[in-house]
Ligand binder design. Structure first.
Ligand code: CO
Length: 136
């Protein structure tokens, strides 16, 4: 198991349209994908920056993981996502090494990728997302 790329940095926002407009005006970047991911309770936009993305996350309601995060912390850095080649093997390795996993099995995220989260209490207070990109 080895991390292959920084896929994206996830940032929680109250208003996705306003945040996208601000990124366009301040930093000259535009989203490539925008998805409503019901399973995660978010509307997300992926802004390409070089080989990685900024992922802006707006919760679909207050009683969602990102909704609770915003209520507690306000807007800001939510998670860091790394690409792995085989997410099943990565999760098995992490479990073997005693990592505190949020997901024992991968789920489907935006762009049809397989994703899984590792708890921020596991390492340096950072919520980590593992991403296995789809072939398409
Ligand atoms: Co993410």
């Amino acid at each position: 198991m080895k991390l292959l790329n920084l896929d994206h940095v996830g940032i929680a926002v109250h208003d996705l349209d306003a945040a996208l407009e601000a990124y366009r005006n301040r930093y000259g970047v535009d989203p490539l994908h925008r998805d409503r991911v019901e399973a995660q309770g978010v509307e997300e936009a992926m802004i390409p920056v070089g080989g990685s993305f900024i992922q802006l996350l707006q919760p679909l309601g207050p009683d969602t993981p990102v909704g609770r995060f915003l209520a507690k912390n306000g807007e800001g850095l939510h998670h860091v996502a790394y690409v792995v080649a085989d997410i099943g093997a990565a999760l098995a390795h992490l479990e073997e090494t005693g990592a505190r996993l949020i997901d024992r099995e991968p789920r489907v995220g935006g762009r049809g990728a397989k994703i899984a989260f590792v708890h921020p209490a596991d390492l340096a207070g950072t919520l980590i997302e593992l991403v296995e990109l789809s072939e398409a």
